[in-house]
Design a protein around this ligand. Structure first.
Ligand code: 13P
Length: 249
């Protein structure tokens, strides 16, 4: 059975003190939820977040990692390093990494393999730009992104993959994909997966939606059959808003 997940991607926000404050606010809000709850603070705050959230329902995850295990890669962090502090899940392929740090499908496939080799779970992000949607190419773009980075994986490896559809035009813009647009794309992704790996596997992969999810729209988006949760940016920086979204299930 696929899982319902709400993950907060903090991006490059919150210094040490702000991280501590937000985490203690989150701890006050947490209740038993139907969904798995995750937060992704910056690298500098991962150790502290893991300590503060030990024995909590909130999992601490990373926003990125390098494909190599160690070596001359100034400024980078490896899967082994993340695992050594208790981080077992990593976001890969975020559109901001693709756009500002030139991460392409080939590089992402290497990162995916490296994370899986260390038994990490991956939240793999992808999504079309506005021009792709306006020209009717959104499905083709998404199909290419997931095929190139993920379709070499075995059926077993898919147990460690969570997909996150984040249309670039909806990220941080306040413009959300409509619940129907999200559902249509998620159903397309599941169909594409089923064609490659069978319906059973496709039914077991969680597909999250990301892009301007807020307390006011979360319930309608999450109520769609193929939407298994959300990857939340801006609204995850406020404990009350984040848990309103978690509780939208
Ligand atoms: P917003 O929720 O701020 O649009 O960001 C979404 C996102 O990029 C999550 O990874």
């Amino acid at each position: 059975m696929r899982k319902q997940i709400v993950a907060g991607n903090w991006k490059m926000n919150n210094d040490l003190k702000q991280t501590q404050t937000l985490i203690s606010e989150l701890k006050n809000q947490v209740q038993t939820s139907m969904a798995e709850v995750m937060i992704a603070p910056t690298f500098t705050n991962l150790v502290g977040a893991c300590d503060a959230l030990q024995n909590s329902e909130i999992e601490v995850i990373a926003q990125n990692m390098h494909f190599a295990e160690n070596g001359a890669y100034t400024g980078e962090v490896s899967a082994t390093m993340l695992k050594s502090i208790g981080v077992n899940t990593v976001i890969l392929g975020h559109s901001e990494r693709r756009a500002y740090f030139n991460e392409n499908d080939e590089l992402l496939a290497k990162k995916v393999d490296a994370a899986l080799a260390k038994n990490m779970r991956i939240i793999f992000c992808f999504g079309e730009e506005l021009q792709d949607r306006n020209s009717g190419h959104h499905e083709a773009v998404v199909e290419r992104q997931i095929k190139k980075a993920l379709f070499h994986l075995s059926g077993e490896a898919w147990g460690s993959i969570v997909l996150a559809y984040e249309p670039v035009w909806a990220i941080g813009t306040g413009e959300t994909a409509s619940p129907d647009q999200a559902q249509d794309m998620h159903a397309f992704i599941r169909k594409t997966l089923a064609e490659e790996h069978g319906q059973d596997l496709a039914n077991n992969v969680s597909i999250l939606y990301g892009g301007s999810v807020k307390p006011a729209n979360a319930n309608e988006i999450f109520s769609k059959a193929d939407v298994d949760g959300g990857l939340i940016g801006g609204a995850a920086l406020n404990a009350e808003h984040f848990f309103d979204i978690v509780n939208a299930f």
